[in-house]
Design a protein around this ligand. Structure first.
Ligand code: MN
Length: 727
């Protein structure tokens, strides 16, 4: 085990200003905290944090990171507390240790490989300070180095899979290539020992075969380019067994068939020399068809530029060659993001998301370079925040599944992301174990448990509380269906009432015959149209029972069965109908006001309007205030007791607030119909989770009739308020 003095020496070697005293204290604190704990290998547990710290010294990390490495398992595994660490080592270290502890806890929550990408992003997003991530990766690396000590194969496999799916890509993503390679290779060895052995043996054999192939190719290529007068830098690199194996799987080929087990890079001074070099190679060796790619004239979306080709015969092998300039080479090597994007997503049209990812990655890559080269790394490390996924949050289900959601998403979005049914039926949410309002915006790492009730349906309010398209679309659709159902119920009861008047029973068979005339696809369609006021119940009755309905006295109110309901058959004094108003010059035009809808029995007043005749208002109508200054236009009128205008001829308007619950609208309609009223129009003015506000136009005999209906409705528990329109 490394001594404290050795550790201090290592750090001091690259950072002479490092706080040796703090390092020693952390060393002793962690050793004491882990005391008798042991690793699977039988080693004292403290050897693990110490090794992690050692790995990080290779990356020349600052003292706070090294101390964090020493302490990284103390909160999770020992009695040490965050407060204690803050007191002994300061807030900065305490926060870093907290960050690593959180990642460790996250790691325990999910083992579902298929969510690996979300999980990686979550880890990145959660580790707001890049040092947290670096410590975590070093932690994983040491755990992989000691994996063979873990006795249970199942557990070893789980850890290896997780490493392959999550940590290796994460390491690659932040530019830690050697860590990535080692993680992958160790996981590969654990999961597919036979495959790795056979590839390694094969590579060994190919290497030994007539000295080194790489060396032979290098010698031959150098000679070829020298002869052509091209000054080229040439390098060859053997790929790792794991990447060869992956490629073999992808292309269904054997090791021998893989031309790019060894790839050669030819770096030349200028673009024109790139093409010259290509010409030389193609002139000399047989080209493998379909392998030539010109990323020089057509760069990859991520900016990668190079010429790729494969030839046969170079040192008796099939060889892949990449040709580029020094600048292009630098970009390709430095902007590893480019490499990552290209490998993970394949080549494709440049999307802005790709470019964005690339840009974000570049930034991180540059940061790491600064770290490697900086004299005082802590200047750059401290307070560096990872904001790579600032537009997303990552949340867990209780089972540990990770969901990625746009920032600002609520528990309702989460519920819909899990399943449409869960969304529809959600009544509440527990976030991190606590009941929270559904509107609460979720944070990274929140664990969300959705509470459901089978009676719940989406509320109109929800539309404003969600940000995901899936949730929005679904909520809208359900609300529309609900509304349609309400209209169907309403229409059915209106038609039923109309049939009642003719002593007919509402049955589907006769209705079906009428569907075509109403351009309805089904009886429900027809009911919905009646409910929405497109047709009246009488329109339907007239078509279904032609002779019967025409004989009734209601026939005079409209001429066409297709007349829209909203064209109310309001009495008009200028027409042929009797005006139920006395006190007016015969022949003058009379209108019932469309603000207060007066009914016989109401106290009324007429207002003279130039060119329009007289408009009748109720005495308490708000509109009358507008005429307060012109008393000369007011006319005393009263209802004509001898008029034969009766129920169904006059329309009045009610403002109703109804509880939003199943059947409440149909209940309203049934009650009105049962009291001999006829709903001629119905319109929602406002809908909330709990209530509908709506306007109901209703044909009644007189004010007394309407009052009776209103009184009955007030007795219903689903009716919250009901009053006549007065303005
Ligand atoms: Mn650890």
């Amino acid at each position: 085990m490394m001594l404290q003095s050795e550790l201090v020496e290592k750090v001091r070697a690259y950072d002479p200003s490092a706080d040796a005293e703090a390092l020693v204290r952390a060393y002793e604190f962690a050793m004491k905290a882990h005391r008798e704990q042991t690793r699977a290998s039988g080693d004292p547990y403290f050897s693990h944090p110490l090794e992690v710290a050692g790995i990080l010294t290779n990356y020349r990390l600052d003292t706070a990171s090294i101390i964090t490495a020493l302490l990284h398992d103390t909160i999770e595994d020992t009695e040490a507390t965050s407060a204690e660490i803050a007191e002994l080592f300061g807030d900065e270290v305490a926060q870093l240790v907290d960050g690593v502890t959180k990642l460790t806890q996250l790691e325990l929550q999910s083992d579902r490989a298929k969510q690996a990408e979300n999980f990686r992003k979550l880890l990145l997003a959660m580790s707001r300070d890049i040092r947290v991530l670096l410590v975590k990766l070093a932690d994983r690396l040491h755990n992989m180095r000691t994996l063979h000590h873990v006795p249970k194969e199942e557990r070893r496999h789980r850890i290896a899979h997780e490493t392959m799916d999550i940590y290796a890509p994460l390491a690659e993503r932040i530019g830690m290539h050697d860590i990535k390679d080692e993680l992958e290779d160790r996981a590969f060895r654990e999961l597919y020992p036979d495959a790795r052995d056979s590839i390694s043996r094969r590579l060994q054999f190919m290497r030994s075969e007539g000295d080194s192939v790489v060396e032979a190719v290098l010698v031959e290529l150098r000679a070829v380019f020298a002869e052509a007068g091209i000054g080229a830098d040439i390098a060859g690199r053997e790929k790792s067994p794991y990447s060869i194996w992956r490629k073999m799987q992808r292309t269904q080929s054997s090791v021998e068939q893989l031309s790019d087990i060894i790839a050669f890079r030819v770096v030349v001074p200028t673009v024109s020399e790139c093409y010259q070099a290509l010409g030389v190679v193609h002139g000399r060796y047989q080209v493998v068809p379909g392998r030539f790619k010109d990323y020089l004239s057509t760069p990859k979306p991520n900016g990668y530029r190079s010429l790729h080709t494969s030839v046969i015969g170079l040192a008796d092998h099939r060889i892949e060659i990449q040709i580029r300039t020094r600048d292009m080479h630098d970009v390709a090597e430095r902007g590893v993001a480019a490499h990552w994007v290209y490998k993970e997503t394949g080549s494709g049209p440049a999307s802005s998301a790709l470019r964005e990812e690339n840009r974000q990655y570049r930034w991180l890559q540059e940061l790491l370079e600064i770290l490697e080269n900086a004299a005082a790394p802590e200047d750059f490390l401290a307070h560096t925040r990872l904001e790579m996924f600032s537009d997303q949050v990552f949340c867990f289900s209780p089972k540990g599944e990770v969901y990625s959601l746009p920032r600002g998403s609520t528990s309702i979005d989460f519920a819909y992301a899990v399943h449409t049914d869960i969304g529809d039926k959600c009544v509440g949410a527990k976030v991190n174990g606590r009941n929270m309002p559904l509107r609460t915006a979720l944070q990274n790492g929140d664990q969300v448990e959705i509470l459901i009730s089978k009676n719940q349906t989406p509320s109109p309010d929800w539309e404003k509380l969600v940000v995901t398209g899936k949730a929005k679309a679904r909520i809208r659709r359900v609300l529309r269906e609900q509304e349609t159902r309400q209209y169907v119920d309403l229409g059915r009861s209106i038609v039923g009432k109309a049939f009642d008047r003719l002593d007919e029973v509402l049955e589907n068979a006769p209705l079906n015959k009428a569907l075509r005339e109403f351009h309805a696809g089904s009886t429900d369609d027809l009911f919905a149209m009646v409910g929405q006021g497109v047709y009246t119940g009488r329109d339907v009755a007239r078509v279904v029972f032609p002779g019967k309905a025409d004989g009734g006295k209601s026939a005079k109110s409209t001429n066409s069965i297709f007349s829209l309901r909203r064209k109310k058959p309001a009495p008009s004094g200028g027409g042929e109908h009797a005006v139920p108003i006395s006190g007016l010059t015969p022949g003058i035009a009379v209108h019932m006001a469309k603000c207060c809808y007066p009914l016989p029995g109401d106290r009324i007043v007429g207002v003279m309007t130039t060119g329009k005749g007289v408009t009748i208002h109720t005495i308490d109508c708000m509109t009358l205030e507008a005429f307060a200054d012109s008393p000369e236009r007011w006319i005393d009128v009263s209802w004509d007791p001898d008029s034969d205008i009766t129920g169904g001829e006059l329309v009045s308007r009610l403002n109703v607030t109804l509880m939003n619950e199943p059947g409440s609208l149909a209940d309203l309609a049934t009650t009105i119909a049962g009291a001999q009223g006829n709903i001629s129009n119905l319109k929602f003015t406002n809908r909330t989770a709990d209530f509908f506000d709506m306007v109901v136009d209703i044909e009644v005999a007189d004010a007394k009739h309407l009052n009776a209906i209103m009184t009955t409705l007030r007795g219903h528990k689903s009716v919250s308020t009901i009053e006549r329109a007065r303005s």
